[in-house]
Ligand binder design. Sequence first.
Ligand code: ADP
Length: 257
Amino acid sequence: DDPIGDAEKEVRDWAKQKTSEINQLKAQEKFRKEFLSNISHEFKTPLFAIQGYIETLQDGMIEDNPDMAVSFLKKASKNLDRLSYLIHDLDEIAKLESGQVLISKEKFDIQILIRETIDYLEDKASDSEIQLKFNPKSHNPILVKADRKKIQQVLVNLIDNSIKYGSRGGKTQIKAIPLIDQILIEITDNGQGIEEKNLPRVFERFFRTDKSRSRDIGGSGLGLAIVKHIIEAHQQNVHVRSTEGIGTTFSFTLEKA
Ligand code: ADP
């Protein structure tokens, strides 16, 4: 029996526990600060751009150079689109992270959903001279059990990225491969690729490589974070492999129905 020793141990354990709680709070606080500073940065870029275009238009450009004025209006409108995508993505991620989003699974043919998504993005792809290819080996349905709407969002985000970061004249190959209990979906582009050091970070929210920031390809840096959340909410996996200058493959699994 060692009552003093026991009490000492109790105090030490208590102190340890408190320290770990404090560290956790500090980490949360740091995370919140970073999150806010990222958001305001992402908002500032398009807002300043719009402000600049409007000021120039007000300074007489409409009379002096109507053609240029039209192109400035188009640019301002593009930046407004960017703001509204940003708000949509933020809304989506906030819901996903607070666990407010319920996954409602149904049985459907993933090949039909892939076709629909390709149709939806076809115009954008052809503007960038990128071919979207999906050639199933057989006509049999490939049934999955998943939230159809959410998986469509995943496909849109991944195929849209393959267009944004693809190279002109390139192609995106989409595959649905049946495994034992799962279906593997692969989206492969032959675009700019992702540097190895950045691969582990691409699913972080607001992460964008310097290249995509500087090329100023519209985007919020939230698309892949949303993809990861949705796939993990299905208890499935998402993965990326890439070789710089050669291309990138994003893959995820779905439950077989
Ligand atoms: P963004 O809105 O910037 O596209 P995402 O979360 O979808 O945000 O992607 C994060 C970053 O990952 C992109 O900014 C880009 O640098 C990189 N990335 C995503 N998909 C690809 C791809 N198919 N090829 C090359 N880089 C990619």
